[in-house]
Ligand binder design. Sequence first.
Ligand SMILES: O=P(O)(O)OC[C@H]1O[C@H](OP(=O)(O)OP(=O)(O)O)[C@H](O)[C@@H]1O
Ligand SMILES: O=c1cc[nH]c(=O)[nH]1
Length: 217
Amino acid sequence: MPTHTFVLNKTNSIANQFLAEMRDVNIQQDKYRFRKNQERLGEILAYEISKTLNYEVTEVETPLGTANINLNTEQPVIATILRAGLPFHQGFLNFFDRADAAFVTACRKVKKSGAFTIQIDQISAPNLEGKTLIMCDTMLATGQSIALVCKEIIAQYNLKALHIAAVISSTEGIAHVRANLPKAQIWTCAVDDEMTSKAYIVPGLGDAGDLAFGEKV
Ligand SMILES: O=P(O)(O)OC[C@H]1O[C@H](OP(=O)(O)OP(=O)(O)O)[C@H](O)[C@@H]1O
Ligand SMILES: O=c1cc[nH]c(=O)[nH]1
């Protein structure tokens, strides 16, 4: 199946307001609002991804009769890479309320030349065999972190499906994920075309981890 990319802001909705506030250099200084907006966008993408899962008609007894409702038969596992993606991840957990969660510790190791590699320190996950995995992270910049982490997971487990979710993606990051994870479906709120020489997305929103949790030393 070719990689599918869903871009939320191709359709106008209230989500544009949440994203605008995250990008706005003044409003984003309010850490609580910055995290809350990430969480709300996580909820909205969770809703969109939920449309791709399996459903079965189920009888629900009301006080007055029986309603036949199509209910989701599977709970995906929701993963994130520490630390920027934590509030976005919480948004997914708010909607997939019985889902298990996975956490990855990874960071960029920058060389003197400015080039960097990704170092994965830890993957804390439940058994992912046969599971649908939603890997969410705020920024899909070069795409190297998410691609490396997902490749490591795919080497260990036979996933049923893989969804990559990001608040803001770069065009380059999407291309990198498509090339390295051809079966993954990508879900993002916006796509920006440029990146700085340090691989920060432009216009992007700046440093997502620092804005949510304070400047990292
Ligand atoms: O697509 P890539 O080029 O791999 O970059 C994306 C990574 O950068 C951000 O983390 P950041 O480095 O800001 O770390 P932090 O979450 O610890 O602040 C983001 O949360 C991703 O994990
Ligand atoms: O634009 C970017 C890229 C990586 N990490 C961030 O926090 N922002």
